[in-house]
Design a protein around this ligand. Structure first.
Ligand SMILES: NC(=O)c1ccc[n+]([C@@H]2O[C@H](COP(=O)([O-])OP(=O)(O)OC[C@H]3O[C@@H](n4cnc5c(N)ncnc54)[C@H](O)[C@@H]3O)[C@@H](O)[C@H]2O)c1
Length: 250
């Protein structure tokens, strides 16, 4: 049990990477708050975990709303008594298109969810993490922020911002014993993948061809990496942007 007695929040945990991370954390002994805007799926993920004897609750939370982020942290404290781990995973994809054709509202929405959402989540969690004597924050970035592909420039830039925010906060929060790291997955086999590839099988094949290990990432890959970063085994690791990418960014 690598997260025994820890309490974690995972945003965007109703689907994909977030769901996989929440399930793995719960299996490793953590109590988990499943935070998402998808009530039906989020509640189902939490209910499944509870049925199998894990500790989990669903909390409806939109990461762009500071009031929701505060309520999400409060839900962790009220139900489980403390907070040790925050995974800022919720994110919005972009369909491939030239930057100048990205509607301004879409650009703003990408930044609101992918960047401001991370900031709001961290601001809300800091008092509880400090009260716990430290903790682990894991932000979901992307290989898009390390080695971007054309046609996804707005999305790519949001993930670059997440990486810089992670590194910056690793310095700022070190004195509080709060570690801040991010994960950089290559294209993943989740519902989001369809947005990145459009309906173009050739684009999907082209993306796959750039991954030396020959497959897309999976929620299990991200769960394994997040588990390590969340656990005490990574006690001296802060400020890293860890590629989970089958060699794509080499
Ligand atoms: N799938 C990929 O190819 C890929 C690759 C690299 C990085 N990522 C990143 O991984 C993260 C998770 O992606 P995924 O592939 O699991 O996607 P997904 O679509 O399967 O899941 C995303 C979840 O986030 C939730 N969500 C969306 N907006 C929200 C909001 N405002 N507040 C709270 N929850 C919200 C959705 O309801 C959904 O449950 C994202 O940050 C994404 O950018 C994905």
């Amino acid at each position: 049990m690598r997260l025994k007695d820890k309490v974690a929040i995972v945003t965007g945990a109703a689907s994909g990477f977030g769901e996989g991370i929440a399930q793995r954390f719960a299996a490793e002994g953590a109590a988990v708050v499943i935070a998402d805007v998808d009530d039906a799926r989020g509640a189902a993920v939490a209910a499944d975990l509870e049925r199998s004897g894990r500790r989990a609750i669903f909390c409806r939370a939109d990461v762009v709303r500071a009031v929701d982020m505060a309520a999400m942290v409060q839900a962790a404290l009220t139900r489980f008594g403390r907070l040790d781990i925050l995974v800022n995973n919720a994110g919005l994809p972009q369909r491939p298109m030239p930057l100048e054709t990205v509607p301004e509202e879409m650009f703003d929405r990408l930044y609101a969810i992918n960047v401001k959402g991370v900031y709001l989540g961290i601001c809300a969690a800091l008092p509880a993490l400090r009260a716990a004597g430290g903790g682990s924050i894991i932000n979901m970035a992307s290989t898009a922020g390390l080695s971007p592909r054309p046609g996804l420039s707005a999305y790519n830039a949001t993930k670059g911002a997440v990486i810089t925010l992670t590194r910056s906060l690793a310095l700022e929060l070190a004195r509080d014993r709060i570690r801040v790291n991010c994960l950089c997955p290559v294209a993943g086999d989740t519902p989001m993948l369809r947005d990145f590839t459009g309906d173009d099988p050739a684009r999907r094949a082209a993306m796959l061809a750039t991954v030396p290990l020959g497959r897309f990432s999976t929620p299990q890959d991200l769960a394994s990496a997040a588990l390590w970063l969340a656990s005490d085994e990574a006690a001296f690791i802060t400020g890293i942007a860890l590629p989970v990418d089958g060699g794509r960014t080499i």
